[in-house]
Unconditional design. Structure first.
Ligand SMILES: [Zn+2]
Ligand SMILES: [Zn+2]
Length: 93
């Protein structure tokens, strides 16, 4: 398997569809569209509530949170005793 054939392909005036985001090149527009939709254009699901950081992996977000916002997070979770759970059971006669 020699890749000289691929080089010859590149010399030809062939229409290709490069991805603007990652530089991947596709021979068909449909392939590029699919790539954009399922691979490249996929929005990161997990976003940091404290900064614009976004990621596709939850573990990455956790790492980010622990590394960057450790201090903030501790404040975030330490909530003042503001929520009352006492239900007033006043059975009026
Ligand atoms: Zn891409
Ligand atoms: Zn963040």
């Amino acid at each position: 398997m020699i890749e000289s054939r691929t080089l010859g392909y590149l010399n030809c005036q062939k229409v290709t569809y490069p991805c603007k985001n990652c530089g991947k090149v596709y021979n068909y527009y449909s392939s590029l569209a699919r790539h954009l939709k399922h691979e490249c254009g996929v929005e990161p699901k997990f976003h940091c509530p404290l900064c614009p950081y976004r990621t596709k992996h939850k573990s990455s977000l956790n790492t980010h949170l622990n590394g960057r916002h450790m201090k903030l997070l501790s404040e975030f979770y330490t909530m003042p005793n503001g929520n009352k759970l006492s239900s007033s059971m006043n059975a009026g006669n």
